[in-house]
Design a protein around this ligand. Structure first.
Ligand code: FAD
Ligand code: FES
Length: 345
């Protein structure tokens, strides 16, 4: 099917493609998007002409006002014939990777990191390149739609070709995450599609590369571990300041994952600050307490360098991400090119 962009190029979407967004990206059109799963509204467009099915009517990425104005989400729309749409290309920085692929992958192992967070390792039938900090879509069995999960490894690690790893949190009442924990056992196969996402690790400048700030809220550990591993695998001297926000001492297994990286890196290139928002009384905790974004502000201020002396990467729940956007973009005026993040909507 041919999709014509008003005042722009046209591209073909294969009949078996699952959504307009994925079809457009695979065809090489720089469609704007963020989450790929109907949550953020980043892929809004106007349908001018032609048949288009809506996959998820109630997707929260559209407000009531958007719906009244006839807006649609490309990640929740599927062309049913030739059509014309209005959307502006995103102007995204190209990752230089081939288009995302949808493949059947087999779960090799599931390893518990905390009581509700596990690392899932899948084997793909082919080695598909990704960048540290990107994500893939997983199709949990018996569940409508896909779910986004970030890579927790950096590409090119020993033993990694053909393996994709994710840190997945079991969300109370969540259909997709619970299906992955309860209905996918080692040896089972599900569909994976990727890589996607814009929060990938950029190479440091050749002269005077900036140190990297990684801020993870909860399961944001996965992509931030990926970014940190990517930096540490470089021959350069960039250091990582890793801020990890957890709720209670029960989740400290997540901090152990980063401490292990720190030990491998010799302790000098990675500094870890773990922050508990709600430490359990009566259990030992001598570290920092509060919200991780508040601690980032205090710690970077104490280091005495301007906030734009660093490249900033962060991932986690929307309130954390929005507080960091306010801190870095509005109050500290860090250039946008130095800020990369994913909201786990
Ligand atoms: C870019 C990105 C990266 C992420 N990385 C991670 C990660 O590394 N680890 C992690 O634990 N979590 C991650 N998440 C969160 C994860 O994608 C899920 O939102 C979370 O696991 C809850 O899913 P659930 O199915 O359990 O909950 P549910 O409440 O059942 O589903 C919530 C999610 O599913 C989508 N959804 C719900 N219904 C439909 C439908 N009918 N059709 C299509 N989509 C639907 C929603 O948009 C929302 O994203 C990430 C999210 C994003 C956007
Ligand atoms: S990319 Fe479609 S709603 Fe987020």
């Amino acid at each position: 099917m041919k999709v014509q962009i008003e005042n722009g190029p046209a591209f073909e979407v294969a009949a078996g493609e699952d959504s307009l967004l994925r079809g457009a990206l695979r065809a090489g059109f720089d469609f704007p998007y963020e989450c790929s799963v109907g949550g953020c509204g980043g892929c809004r467009f106007d349908l001018l002409d032609g048949p288009m099915a809506t996959l998820w009517e109630q997707a929260p990425g559209l407000s009531e006002r958007d719906r009244r104005r006839g807006k649609r989400l490309a990640c929740q729309s599927r062309p049913q014939g030739d059509c014309t749409i209005r959307v502006r290309p995103a102007g995204s920085e190209p990752s230089g990777l081939p288009a995302a692929q949808r493949l059947r992958a087999t779960l090799l192992t599931r390893r518990a990191v905390t009581p509700d967070l596990s690392e899932f390792t899948f084997r793909l039938p082919a080695d598909v390149a990704f960048r540290a900090g990107q994500y893939a879509l997983l199709y949990p069995p018996g569940v409508e739609g896909a779910r986004a999960y970030s890579f927790s490894d950096a590409p090119g690690e020993p033993g990694a070709p053909g393996l994709w790893r994710f840190m997945i949190r079991r969300v109370p009442g969540g259909r997709g995450s619970n299906a992955l924990f309860d209905r996918v056992a080692p040896g089972d196969a599900i569909d994976l599609d990727g890589p996607y996402g814009h929060a990938w690790l950029r190479p440091g400048a050749a002269e005077a590369p900036r140190d990297v700030i990684c801020i993870a809220g909860g399961s944001g550990l996965g992509p931030m571990r990926s970014v940190a591993r990517g930096v540490l695998a470089e021959a350069g001297t960039r250091r990582v300041h890793f801020f990890l926000g957890l709720r209670t001492q029960a989740e400290l297994g997540a901090a152990a994952e980063v401490a292990q990286l720190q030990a491998q890196a010799g302790g000098e290139r990675l500094r870890l600050t773990t922050v508990l928002s709600n430490p359990t009384e009566g259990l030992a905790w001598e570290g920092v307490t509060g919200f991780v974004h508040t601690q980032v502000e205090a710690a970077l201020t104490a280091l005495g360098r301007p906030f734009d002396a660093y490249d900033h990467y962060f991932a986690g729940p929307p309130p954390m991400v929005e507080a960091l956007q306010d801190l870095l973009m509005v109050r500290q005026r860090v250039p946008f090119a130095q800020i990369h993040f994913d909201r786990f909507v």
